[in-house]
Structures are given as C-alpha cells and as structure tokens.
Design a protein around this ligand. Structure first.
Ligand code: ZN
Length: 275
C-alpha cells in the first residue's frame, strides 16, 4: 500500500517477567529486538517509539532499559520515558529525560494501571517540563491489558480537564480510548493539543474477529468524519499486542482518503514527535 510507516507505540523488554509475553505467545511472536527490527524492515516501518511494558508485580520496565534497547536499534527506535505517579518518580523521570534529551521523544503515563488520575498535582512537574520542552505526553486510555485495571482513571474524558488547563501540552491518547471512541473523537476535535493513536486495538482471533475488525474501522473512520480530517490520528501497533499485518490491515480498511491514511501512517507522527 503506502510508502512510509512510523510506529508510535511499541513495547519490548526481552524479559521473562514481562506481562505482555502472553500477547506475544498468542500472536506467535518471539518478542525480541531482532524480530521487531526484521518485522519493521519487512513492513517498511522506518521508525518507532519504544515504551516500557508492564512487568509482573505491576511496575514498568525501567527507562534505562528502554534507552539501552533503542541504542541497539541502529537508529530505528526512539525512547519514550514512562512516568509513575509519585513526586520522586516524576522528578527522576524529568531528570532522566533531561540527561537523554537528544534521544527522548515523549513521556508516557499509565492511566488505569496506576491508581492515580491524570489531573493529580503529582504530574504538575511533568506537564511543566513537557510543555516547556515541547515533548508530547502519551496517556494510556480505555481498556487495560490486565483485568485489575482502573477504568475510571483510564476513561478518556478524565483528560478533558488536563487539556483545558494545559493548552501548550501535546497529549496523545493511546488506543483511541477503546471502547470510548466517540469520547476521544470529541477530545481530538475540541482541543488543538489532543491527538490519539490507534495502537493495540486488534488482538488474537475469537469467533467474531472479522466483525470486530470491521467495527473498529467504522469507529475510527467515523472519528475522522467527526473531526473533519485525520491530522491528529497516529498509527501504532502496541507490539506485541498487535502485529504489523493486523495493524496495517486496520488502516487499509478505513473508509477515508488515501491522503488521510498517509497522515495516520507517518505524517502526523513525524510532525508531533519531531522524528
Ligand atoms: Zn501499550
């Protein structure tokens, strides 16, 4: 199909205590840096953003490990710094981003996995820094990979107040708030600084896999009609949750102009993350 792709949402740890190993197994993926880079080449994915996966016990993979893996990727992967909701962790994450400022492209807040709202003042220092440096903050929104997730905090409407208070903060709502697509469409339409990624939406098979894929494509297409364009929608896989063939098939299914698909596949990510 189209010439270029940027994947704005990839996980990797190469550790046995990674909670996403079960998705890797389900998708017959080895879930290694080697396999990821090979798969990216095969599907013409030029660049990717690497995010910490959740580990057994609830914490994320340390940011140092993410930066280390990016350095082994031959310029293909750029790190996203995960920020946990304590004053100490926020300070450490900002300091870490400052020390690695040439490489770091964004921050990530794990709403729904951490028991804290995006509106909590604990994130003020993060938002101040991200605004000042022009670094986007990615927010997990919608369904959580673990059944113990906290959906009240990961509901996309939680982010309306943050976007109101922080007009200079570039916010990316991950997974399009699945299943709250219309709420995310409204936030993307309402706020000039709010974007959404389409990562991690299709996973596994199931009896209605084909119908579900159709439903997803309709939801995302409708969001494009509602917002009047695709300038704020960003491609991602959430590897190993979704594979490249599945994620690219979703974009192919969208009933929108080719120029909008091009924006989704790489133009928006290139602009928003400065890749
Ligand atoms: Zn993810």
């Amino acid at each position: 199909m189209l010439q270029r792709v940027i994947d704005a949402h990839i996980h990797l740890s190469e550790r046995p205590d990674d909670d996403l190993n079960r998705f890797a197994k389900m998708n017959n993926l080895r879930y290694t840096l080697d396999e990821l880079l090979r798969s990216m080449r095969k599907h013409k994915v030029e660049r990717g953003l690497l995010l910490s996966p959740p580990l057994h016990g609830g914490g994320p993979l340390p940011n140092e490990d993410i930066v280390r893996m990016c350095r082994k990727s031959d310029g293909k992967l750029a790190p996203v710094v995960t920020v946990e909701p304590t004053a100490g962790e926020v300070d450490a994450a900002v300091k870490f981003a400052e020390e690695n400022r040439k490489e770091v492209k964004a921050f990530k807040v794990r709403l729904g996995y951490v028991k804290t709202s995006a509106k909590s003042p604990v994130f003020d220092a993060l938002y101040d820094y991200a605004e000042a440096e022009g670094l986007p903050v990615l927010f997990h929104t919608g369904d959580t990979a673990l059944s113990t997730g906290d959906l009240v905090h990961s509901h996309p409407l939680e982010l309306d107040a943050v976007a109101n208070a922080r007009e200079e903060l570039t916010m990316v709502l991950c997974h399009f708030g699945n299943p709250w697509f219309e709420d995310v469409a409204e936030l993307v339409y309402k706020h000039p600084n709010v974007y959404a990624d389409i990562s991690g939406l299709t996973t596994g098979g199931g009896a209605y896999a084909e119908r579900y894929a159709e439903w997803l494509a309709k939801k995302i297409s409708a969001a494009v009609y509602f917002a009047g364009g695709a300038e704020k929608i960003i491609f991602g896989t959430d590897y190993p949750v979704t594979t490249y063939p599945e994620a690219l098939a979703l974009v192919r299914r969208l009933e929108v102009d080719e120029s909008d698909k091009e924006m989704i596949l790489w133009r928006n990510a290139e602009r928003v993350f400065g890749l």
